[in-house]
Design a protein around this ligand. Sequence first.
Ligand code: UDP
Ligand code: LCN
Length: 796
Amino acid sequence: MLIEGLPEYLHEHREEAHTLLRYCLGLGRPFLLQSDLRDALQDVAGEQELPHLADTPLGHTLAVAQEAVLEAPWIYMSVRPRVARWHYLRFHVEAMQLEEISVSEFLAFKERQVTGQDPNAAWMLEVDLGPFNREFPKLKESRSIGRGVEFLNRRLSSQLFHELGKGDQRLLNFLRVHQCQGQQLMLNQRIESVEGLQHALRRADEYLAVQPPEADWDTIGTRLRELGFEPGWGRTVARMRDTLHLLSDILEAPAPRVLEQFLSRVPMIFRLAILSPHGYFGQANVLGLPDTGGQVVYILDQVRALEKEMRRALHEQGLDIDPQIVVVTRLIPEAGNTTCNERLEHIIGTEHARILRVPFRSESGEVVPHWISRFEVWPYLERFSVDVGRELLAELGGRPDLLIGNYSDGNLVATMLAHNLGVTQCNVAHALEKPKYLYSDLYWRDNEDQYHFSAQFTADLIAMNAADFIIASTYQEIAGREDNVGQYESYEAFTMPGLYRVVNGIDVFDPKFNIVSPGADSEVYFPYSQTERRLSGLHDEIHDLIYGPSGEIARGQLAEPGRPLLFTMARLDKIKNIAGLVDWYGQSQALRNAANLLVVAGHVDPANSSDHEEREQIDRVHYLMNEHGLDGQCRWLGVQLDKNMAGELYRYVADRMGAFVQPALFEAFGLTVIEAMASGLPTFATKYGGPLEIIEHGESGFHIDPNHGEAAAGIMADFFERCRREPEYWGRMSLGAVERVKARYTWDLYAERMMTLSRIYGFWKYVTNLERTETQRYLEMFYGLQLRPLSEQVPH
Ligand code: UDP
Ligand code: LCN
């Protein structure tokens, strides 16, 4: 039994156990969450004077239970005793019997509470990807989750070793497939076998040993080509020899580290396509518009970092080839003051990277002119993928070597393209919507009109299973924490009653998961103390923005400008909880006395918003400002700041010993959090999602619980009060924040890691059956029979 001593306890302490379980049933709710179960345990221990209850096997079970489903006399429970490990139990409260059950039984019981029908009465589709992966190597330890490539390297190098010994040619073939712009790279056809390769390596080494170490391919290439080699081994003779030695070592005994090192030198990635269909993807006037935030910032910074890294690698490999990166997004003819109606746009800060925009088309082929919410893009994506495939090939002059999808829609398009073109696929989620909203799966029908989650979750399942590898920004994104379910983990088992039940949707122990954290652009977000780099030319404008009169783009005028600023900036989505923050602030006299609130979000005039949810939030913020009488203490700016302005604003707030707050109900990663920290702003951020991992509470910032606004306001008020008493405290927190970002969240680290992963997964995909054809076929069926009809139902 998974909780030691539980059956014996139930038997021997029947009365006590009965009291607790009956209490849970007596709450009269069909579902209890983790926090409810913990509260129940505490309540019973207190009311019934059973202080030891938490220390009993039943107490331990409730402490690790994620959810209970109740219908007298039954209580079903999902239990997660360790990160990403799940068990399912049921208690018969009258008979006091306990049984372990399958995930399928647990989900079926859940469905029954929603539909009121016996789940056995009607057939229900069960989605189970488990059988496809049975033969596939999996990580064993939860602490290794997110380090898939290291695991894969270890596992597969021993396999390679074994097979090379049997005369396996795949490594050789792999080294012969590389070409760029019609030029053969690495090896030519003269080398026909592994023995031949070993022989050629020795001859090449002997030859190079007596050449000047700084000589390049032009000098020594003729001889190497006769031996069977082509360019790509290194810019100089010294580097070439080093690479040849790595390969000889692998042929002798492939050690994982050497293999990784060797592969990171093989020229494989010249052309990259990054897919990000929804929102306004542009370089100016877009941030803060609906659906347009961190993903755009992430991709533009990523492109700059990757191009630099690709260029560096190609240079070292001795190749004069320009890397090509194309970001594919949607072309929006009615683009306001953005450039989203332009087909091609050069990406600033790169040599060749560009944005390629392809329009959505209606069934009859007409271009869709207006912006479409990310929740409603589904009916357009199939056709979009076909159009993109064609345009991309033309733009890149051939197939990309890697496709990177972004968010649910981009990952789905990447899936379709990768399949058609036979290219390695990498996914980046940015934000998985399912775990953002409580019961978004169980009560999916209630949300269907507004969010169409049924299509989105189906697309997520398809794309995450199709991907060759997945990049997550944090560990928690994959597998959460001890008492917190990971974002991907939440796709393992769930149900959408009446649609389908997922018993094995994704396995977070799959080596496809890798953590590669994004950074904050250090050219833009640097500490306030680096005075020589500051954009002081913007200070007058910033001053007017913060302290100017209210008007079309601003509400509130700060009556006491000397107070520090508590700053927040986000898209005005409900989940960002800006209205919640205004409410906490309004209710906390201590916080109001300590600091002014500065909000940069959305529009002040709802007429300027095209998004339903945003308009609702605008109205709510107005309402709360009226309700709490905040016009003298809260400044709300309905503007989209360009990043230089945003960067200088963080620092301007830091100059005045202010702080940043990110109050979201859930934040997948939270780029504003690392930007504020990099600028030296003490930062308070939600404990739900990425910030939990980014910030070490009390050292590099503070976690706040958005569900307990009063406590959050208290933490912030105490902070300002302490800084008033102890000014060096502010400096200490500021420094802690800067150091944390420097150590963990930089784009240089990102690019180097990302390129290594791309090469290694590309290699393994080539030499093994990582293709997973069976999975692909199953997913195609799922696409055709589920996602297509669901997408059709979305208004278009
Ligand atoms: N941002 C900005 N100006 C604005 C609003 C937002 O530059 O007016 C930027 C912000 O600096 C950050 C991004 O938009 O880089 C938001 O990313 P985050 O990850 O915090 O949230 P998301 O919007 O992706 O959910
Ligand atoms: C989307 C989000 O919601 C944020 O939490 C991330 O920081 C952003 O994308 C970049 O990945």
